[in-house]
Design a protein. Structure first.
Length: 222
């Protein structure tokens, strides 16, 4: 199944002193690079985050598949939360490129993979999601992994694109905004399957201590 990807990369990183978590380096690459590489087979990718991510995205585009569209966008207002970020990413992908000939080729994939940008090893998570979508159970519209403790990891999921669009519209009511809305609110109307992915690493890099445990250096000037 062809898929689009939305990489959520716009957090404040406040407990890391304001450092951009997607730009932390792990095993020679930034966490954002790990995320981009994990969804390399996507038809189109929206990275939702600040301008500081542009250099990493540009570097990725040098080796990206020729037919793949990659863009950076931002939720409104900035730091409005994960649901707002997903909505911004899907809207940007649906808006399509400015070039008229490219617009004619721009057809949204029927599946959208949502991926947090701060996973240490997102490849196995994406692989598990895509495997689950190959033979979906009747009525299932989304696949959300559980970590080893059974906690749902809603920021690393796969959702059929049309139900996702509808969920975005419904979750924004009645205020017309998804500001500060959670992913659970966004997915509330979507029929989901909970995937057990016990071997996937969903470690959070929220503090300098978390970073240190995984050999990630946090610059002192942050």
């Amino acid at each position: 199944m062809k898929f689009d990807a939305i990489i959520v990369a716009g957090g404040r990183g406040s407990r890391l002193g304001g450092v951009s978590k997607p730009l932390l380096e792990h095993r020679g690459e930034t966490l954002l690079e790990h995320s981009l590489n994990a969804v390399r087979d996507a038809q189109a990718i929206a990275v939702v985050g600040g301008h500081a991510l542009a250099e990493v995205v540009t570097k990725y585009m040098e080796t990206a598949p020729d037919s793949q569209r990659v863009l950076i966008t931002r939720e409104y207002p900035s730091y409005a939360g994960p649901a707002a970020a997903v909505a911004a990413g899907r809207t940007a992908l649906d808006d399509g490129p400015d070039d008229e000939s490219a617009q004619q080729q721009n057809v949204a994939s029927e599946l959208t993979v949502v991926l947090a940008s701060d996973l240490l090893d997102p490849g196995p998570v994406v692989a598990a999601l895509l495997h689950a979508t190959r033979h979906p159970a009747d009525g299932i519209e989304a696949w959300v992994p559980q970590d080893g403790s059974g906690v749902l990891q809603t920021l690393s999921c796969a959702v059929l694109t049309e139900p996702l669009r509808q969920a975005i519209d419904q979750a924004a009511e009645p205020r017309g905004s998804l500001e500060n809305a959670s992913m659970m609110r966004l997915l509330a109307t979507v029929q989901m399957e909970r995937l057990k992915v016990p071997d996937a690493d969903f470690s959070d890099i929220d503090t300098p201590g978390d970073a240190g445990r995984h050999g990630i250096a946090v610059a002192n000037d942050h």
